[in-house]
Design a protein around this ligand. Sequence first.
Ligand code: 6GU
Length: 247
Amino acid sequence: MIKPWHATLLTLFPEMFPGPLGHSIAGKALEKKQWKIDTINIRDFAKDRHHTVDDTPYGGGTGLVMIADIVHEALKTSENLYPDPEDKPQYIYMTPRGKPLTHTLARQLSTNKTGVVILCGRYEGVDDRVIEHWREEKGLIEISIGDYVLSGGEMAALVLLDACVRLLPGVLIKEDATTSESFETNLLEFSQYTKPRVWNNKTVPEILLSGDHGKIEKWRQNCAKEITKNRRPDLWEKYINSTEKNS
Ligand code: 6GU
């Protein structure tokens, strides 16, 4: 038996997991043990009877910062979940200061044989010294899911995990479906239609009913290009550059 891809979440809200990842594609894969999820409650490492995990920031200002030692102890405990010295999970801290999540990054993480350990912060974040320590010692990376602020890393971690899990071998029935996807090809998807042929006075493009697979393929390619050019000039630029290189 090969070990499933193993995600461990360090969070103050363990009940948020697997959450939506217990459904649909990720949920099916979880049932089939194609991946697994563990949570570690950071609050279990609090040292006082009030279970305090945060404190006021040096230098003043609003909000609270998660205490280095508490987060560090939680991270150390995660190491016990990967006892095999061959198993080296990627350590990740979810933060808007991180490197932007892309399809390429999700693909890289999904090909880590062991899996991921994800630290989710709340409040104004985590004492930076613990992040620095785990970066130096274990290669921790910081990841953001976009230029907006969430109230914690948990939802971002759910997004990251969904993007990774669907790329694991055997999770999608047609595996090559993922290598022709938008962000592998730098083109957005073409438009799709199903029955009925006429809906609200709108008809399905005639070519799609022709049965001519060559023409259909051309139509779809053209549709994908037009959509990308209009909506995402940045992606279009990448697409053009990648086709130039390949010709
Ligand atoms: Cl990873 N965390 C938080 N708190 N906000 C975010 C984010 C992460 N990515 C975008 N916004």
